[in-house]
Write a protein that binds this ligand. Structure first.
Ligand SMILES: Nc1ncnc2c1ncn2[C@@H]1O[C@H](COP(=O)(O)OP(=O)(O)OP(=O)(O)O)[C@@H](O)[C@H]1O
Ligand SMILES: [Mg+2]
Length: 231
């Protein structure tokens, strides 16, 4: 129906992706792994869509393909009705700002050689949003919003716990005020005691910033907690 279709902010139609792995000592043979087999989904604006699958089922591949970080073999991704694969250069860069990702592993996904201010501010710099003083102010505001402080901008990722690192990852994604956030197992690397805090934070940010979430998990327990927490 056209009325419901108009509120779909992200649509994927028949996505296909196969990896080819070289095998054997000389790499002469190859192994094909079908990671996405005709995957389709619709994410409605302002809502959360959960994608659940066991380990290795292609969830992170789906996330990367949705964000055009990985080329598809087939299918199309529409963001606000626009086919992202047809965009390039400046137009793609502009849309990318609105599609952000929170990564599975808060230990691997933060550059250990960059301080937190630079990690969170990098997107503002790339997208040329505001001058240096405004960017610093925006970074501090976002860090405070996720439960960190202005003093943390000078620190490095190794000085933080897993939960705090995931807060940094959330700040990095949300400082750009995106419309869609792909949360790729955002709490699976964290202690159970910390998971609910992060899910609650994601929920309040969703409401405040009118975010649409694609929530990826291998854990139905996390999805059912987030179902009571996320709309
Ligand atoms: N770059 C790659 N080259 C070859 N095979 C890959 C590559 N990345 C992933 N795969 C394979 O594709 C399949 C899907 O991987 P993917 O990481 O998307 O799964 P996942 O559902 O995110 O898994 P997890 O729950 O472990 O995060 C797996 O069999 C994986 O081994
Ligand atoms: Mg994964």
């Amino acid at each position: 129906m056209s009325s419901s279709a108009s509120t779909d902010i992200l649509v994927a139609n028949n996505l296909n992706k196969t990896y080819t792995q070289r095998t054997g000592r000389l790499g002469l043979s190859s192994n094909k792994i079908k990671a996405l087999d005709n995957v389709s989904l619709r994410l409605r604006a302002g809502s959360t869509l959960a994608v659940v699958g066991e380990s290795g089922s292609g969830k992170s591949t789906l996330a990367r393909c949705l964000l055009q970080l990985l080329p598809l073999d087939g299918g199309e991704v529409l963001f606000q009705g626009q086919n992202l694969a047809k965009l390039s250069g400046e137009a793609l860069r502009q849309e990318r700002r609105h599609l952000q990702m929170i990564f599975q592993d808060p230990f691997a996904s933060l550059n250990p050689r960059m301080n937190v201010g630079d990690i969170v501010g990098e997107g503002l710099l790339i997208h040329k949003l505001g001058n240096a003083a405004q960017q610093r102010e925006q970074v501090v505001k976002m860090l405070e919003r996720v439960g960190l402080t202005a003093a943390d901008t000078k620190k490095y990722p190794h000085q933080f716990s897993g939960g705090q690192r995931q807060r940094i990852g959330i700040a990095r994604a949300l400082v750009l005020e995106p419309k869609v956030v792909i949360c790729d197992e955002p709490v699976s690397a964290l202690d159970v005691s910390i998971q609910a805090q992060i899910l609650l934070l994601l929920k309040s940010l969703q409401q405040e910033m009118s975010l649409s979430y694609l929530f990826i998990s291998h854990d139905l327990r996390v999805v059912s907690i987030s179902r009571t927490i996320l709309p």
